[in-house]
Ligand binder design. Structure first.
Ligand code: SF4
Ligand code: SF4
Length: 309
């Protein structure tokens, strides 16, 4: 099949992003990820298939969706906060409830799109990429978990002279996933920990593949921005921070380290997808002083470092 007609499942396209690489960028978010980080801030990117989103505060309890659902997956919930019972096992993702709802309380997250369709949207912002040194960033979920689609997007960018970055967790095991990382112009690469057992507890997988891929891509001279999510009680020990800094210090292609402090911006999105929020017990986000002290450790290892990214 012609690569331009390859399809992937996309759950969001954000224009004018300043945080996903250099310059002004369009970020395409793909569904599906092999990790389950406890602090995941894109829960809608975890599953590969489209999902039903329900925004309870918008619902007026009119009952139209209950009447129209062909499989009886919906029922009015007397709890004024929950508004509806949703049987997600029964739901076939037909979208009829979303069409029937006058207040848009439902949405289907994730849409199958061709490379051509995505590139048409990406190319609309070409003027801003050229003015700012920006381009496309492919994120997720995990971009390389849809390896053929991501590789085709990377190559389509090359054909159109558009700078392309991949935001990756590095857990890439397929040949085309590896090629996509190798052919991209820039990698935003997560390093979430050093100890394999701790990494498995926090993300569901060991970090051996991730660190091997990082070292291989670094030795190829691939420009890399490291992203370290700083999560209190999970990967924030001095030992872990110093070990990450010592590892990165030895690499030659790391341009910058971004420290991403724990935040709760995605909490409501878990609710909308019917998922439990795994870090419910964390009651506060790290102070700026704490994050500055972590930044200092990376800087002491000769690494250009910033808070956020
Ligand atoms: S998407 Fe279809 S099957 Fe699922 S709850 Fe809505 S109407 Fe029912
Ligand atoms: S149609 Fe919309 S407003 Fe009415 S009960 Fe269903 S979700 Fe709520």
């Amino acid at each position: 099949m012609n690569d331009s007609r390859l399809t992937g499942v996309v759950f969001n396209i954000v224009h004018s992003s300043f945080v996903d690489g250099y310059g002004i960028r369009t970020t395409v978010f793909l569904k599906g990820c092999p990790l389950r980080c406890l602090w995941c801030c894109n829960p809608e990117g975890q599953k590969f298939e489209p999902e039903l989103k329900f925004v309870a505060p918008d619902c007026s309890s009119c009952g139209k969706c209950v009447e129209i659902c062909p499989v009886g997956a919906l029922a009015i919930n007397p709890d004024p906060e929950q508004k509806l019972f949703i049987d997600r096992e029964k739901c076939t993702m037909c979208g009829k409830c979303a069409d029937a709802c006058a207040v848009n309380a439902f949405g289907i997250i994730g849409k199958r799109m061709t490379v051509d369709e995505v590139m048409k949207i990406v190319c609309k912002d070409e003027y801003y990429y050229r003015k700012s040194g920006g381009g496309l960033t492919i994120g997720g979920g995990e971009a390389t978990a849809q390896p053929d689609f991501t590789l085709a997007l990377v190559r389509a960018c090359k054909e159109n002279y558009i700078h392309v970055a991949i935001d990756t967790c590095g857990f890439t095991t397929t040949e085309n996933g590896r090629k996509a990382l190798e052919e991209a112009d820039l990698l935003l690469y997560d390093v979430k920990g050093i100890d394999p057992a701790e990494h498995r507890r926090n993300t569901g997988v060991s970090n051996e593949i991730i660190l091997d891929n990082l070292k291989r891509l670094d030795s190829m001279g691939k420009p890399i921005i490291i992203r370290y999510p700083f999560i209190p009680g999970y990967n924030d020990s001095q030992e872990t921070i110093k070990a990450i800094a010592a590892l990165l210090e030895k690499l030659k292609s790391v341009q910058r380290v971004d420290i991403i402090g724990y935040h709760e911006y995605s909490r409501t999105r878990y609710k909308e997808l019917g998922m439990p929020y795994p870090l419910e017990h964390i009651k506060s986000t790290p102070t700026n002083e704490r994050l500055e002290s972590v930044k200092t450790i990376f800087e002491q290892h000769g690494l250009k470092t910033q808070l956020g990214g």
